[in-house]
Design a protein around this ligand. Structure first.
Ligand code: ADP
Ligand code: MG
Length: 222
């Protein structure tokens, strides 16, 4: 029996190369200057890549976007034009930041289309963009609800749903909108909930949205 990693001193346990990622994905991480995983990435990525539902609690700046982003992107089939992942964010600014990080992480996979769907921009062009299709949608709950009501979005083909900054979304009063958006997503999806804190209302939300979730919590930043 040969073990690939035991006894190899050049591969630290927090190296991205310990994960089941493709050589192209690993090359791209190296080009981004991401050599070692942050603690939240090291704890959550093996579970995410194994297809588990997950509640991950870690502070701002701990690298949560790449944690869920690598999981989301690894599962995308670019040849399938259906929407395969949805990332819910509290604000347009955060959705833009997440979409930008996902685009950097997606450089290793050809032609992954990532679309932001947020309020504060005219809805008509957004409806047209949605009609052209996107593999990954990053958006805010209110505007996504609007598209569900207009039937201009189809979330029934989602493989992965991410609730990013779940505590902030609930603080901002989005709980009911989130319920409607989540109910429009395929029930067979993997669901990942990321939060800086884990108060009672987030526990309630996770019981409703996730199936047998694993839980990881990281106190320190690096
Ligand atoms: P969070 O969502 O937890 O607040 P972010 O995902 O925004 O954190 O990441 C914070 C910063 O850390 C970003 O600038 C990101 O590019 C960087 N980063 C993430 N993962 C790594 C890593 N493994 N190595 C180096 N930098 C990283
Ligand atoms: Mg974040």
């Amino acid at each position: 029996m040969i073990s690939f990693y035991a006894g190899n001193p050049t591969v630290s346990t927090s190296s991205f190369s310990t994960l089941a990622l493709t050589p192209a994905e690993l090359d791209n991480l190296e080009q981004l200057g991401y050599r070692d995983m942050t603690p939240i990435q090291a704890q959550s990525l093996p579970l995410i890549l194994a297809g588990q539902d997950l509640i991950a609690q870690a502070k701002t700046g701990s690298g949560k976007t790449a944690a869920f982003g690598l999981g989301v992107l690894h599962k995308i089939n670019p040849a399938d034009f259906a929407t395969q992942a949805l990332v819910l964010c509290p604000t347009r600014e955060l959705a833009d930041q997440v979409a930008n990080e996902l685009r950097r992480l997606a450089r290793s996979t050809s032609n992954v289309k990532i679309l932001t769907v947020c309020g504060g921009t005219p809805i008509r062009p957004q409806i047209e963009s949605l009609a052209r299709g996107a593999h990954v949608i990053v958006g805010t709950p209110g505007r996504l609800l609007d598209h569900i009501e207009r039937a201009s979005i189809d979330l029934s083909t989602i493989h992965t749903l991410v609730l990013d900054e779940a505590d902030r979304m609930v603080d901002m009063g989005f709980y009911d909108d989130i319920v409607t958006v989540v109910d429009a997503c395929a029930s067979t999806r993997q669901t990942l909930l990321f939060s800086a804190t884990y108060p009672a209302d987030i526990r309630r939300a996770s019981a409703r949205f996730l199936k047998k979730p694993a839980e990881v919590k990281v106190e320190s930043l690096h």
